[in-house]
Write a protein that binds this ligand. Structure first.
Ligand code: SAM
Length: 356
């Protein structure tokens, strides 16, 4: 059994209802790997599908090669007998995944969702009803709730097309530099799916022009708008786009390839903070750190990103960070680099630079 109330409730239900776990069981969105590890393992099943590199590694640490670990960008199993959904915080990700997975369900498939009661909204239930079939919820137990959905195969096959990924044009504002008016692509769940973030917009106005052939890293690249803008401003630079989200890295690749005539100068990497980048190999790191998750977790990620950037920069290389003024990133940067300078500021945002 699991220590998490939502996982635990789901596992107890599977046992009490005698759900047959002998076929293809797919687990969507398990953040810790605990739910996956509690299921019977046989012939590479169950199958985990996740958008998060860290969730994938947490699952790998628990189950090794006994289960199949897939990203949200991989091809899902052709036939799904049991679909267990840990309801994600971002509904767009669930919408996209249901569009991909529902056609692989059959009349006899069992679909059960679980989550904290506060994370399950009417919109979650409506989405399941619309894309899979009739949906109801259980009573709350230890502040967790289950969702039961019966696949309505006729409806699934008449379903409308998946709206993801979305593409939108950036404002044609000259202050944004060479990327003004260009298109960006966002897969479901990626930061700022339908418009440019105001912090990113501020960052784009001040991106540096580097020496030819420099290695620039777009750290926490999201849809890749910052790195693509840097590539347009620095046509001979080598770019590395890095993010913890598979959806983000796929978005960055699509944004970059749509906007750069010769897209051979970039690599796209899924990983945690700067860990995939070699020591002393980067000239410039551009970073808009994550800030939407729990504050303590977010601070930790920012710390890992900044210390990783210091390790990966060549002596003289620079880390540029944009952030809300109140987050006080300059304190961390000064501790890590021994220096930090403000490149630009607005009432809400600051752009900070530290030199290795
Ligand atoms: N650079 C994009 C922009 O400015 O629009 C996105 C910035 S968004 C505020 C922060 C990004 O950091 C998200 O895409 C998120 O997935 C990514 N991220 C969060 N934790 C991460 C980690 N541990 N390692 C790498 N990237 C991470």
């Amino acid at each position: 059994m699991s220590t998490d109330a939502a996982d635990d409730y789901l596992l107890r239900h599977l046992e009490e209802a005698g759900v047959d776990l002998g076929g293809t069981v797919v687990v969507l969105g398990d953040r810790t790997g605990e739910l996956l590890a509690a299921l019977p393992m046989k012939d590479g099943r169950p199958v985990l599908i996740t958008d998060s590199y860290l969730a994938m590694e947490a699952a790998r640490a628990r189950v090794g090669d006994a289960a199949t670990l897939l990203s949200t960008q991989d091809e899902p199993p052709a036939r799904i007998d049991v679909l267990l959904i840990r309801v994600p915080k971002i509904l767009a990700l669930l919408e996209d995944q249901l569009h991909r997975l529902a056609p692989r369900l059959h009349e006899g498939s069992v679909v059960v969702g679980t989550g904290k009661a506060t994370e399950i909204h009417t919109s979650t239930l409506n989405l399941l009803t619309q894309l899979v079939g009739p949906t109801r919820t259980s009573l709350a137990v230890r502040k967790a709730r289950l969702i039961f959905t019966e696949p309505d195969v006729a409806r699934i096959h008449a379903d409308s097309a998946n709206p993801w990924p979305l593409t939108y044009p950036l404002p044609a504002d000259r202050k944004l530099g060479p990327i003004a008016g260009h298109e960006v692509t966002n897969h479901a769940g990626v930061f700022c799916a339908d418009r440019l973030d105001i912090g990113t917009r501020f960052f784009l106005q001040y991106l540096p022009v580097t020496h030819g052939g420099d290695h620039i890293v777009d750290l926490g690249c999201g849809n890749g708008v910052v790195g693509t803008a840097a590539a347009l401003a620095n046509p001979t630079a080598q770019l590395t786009f890095l993010d913890e989200s598979y959806q983000a890295v796929a978005s960055a690749r699509a944004t970059y390839e749509a906007n750069i005539a010769d897209p051979g100068n970039a690599r796209f990497v899924v990983g945690d903070a700067m860990s995939p980048v070699e020591d002393a190999s980067a000239d410039l790191v551009l970073n808009n750190p994550p800030f939407h998750t729990h504050r303590a977790t977010t601070d930790l990620v920012a710390w890992r990103m900044f210390t990783g950037a210091r390790r990966a920069l060549r002596p003289g290389g620079q880390l540029w960070v944009v952030g809300n003024r109140h987050l006080g990133y300059h304190v961390k940067l000064r501790k890590i680099f021994g220096n930090c300078e403000t490149v630009a500021g607005s009432p809400k945002f600051v752009i900070l630079r530290s030199v290795r």
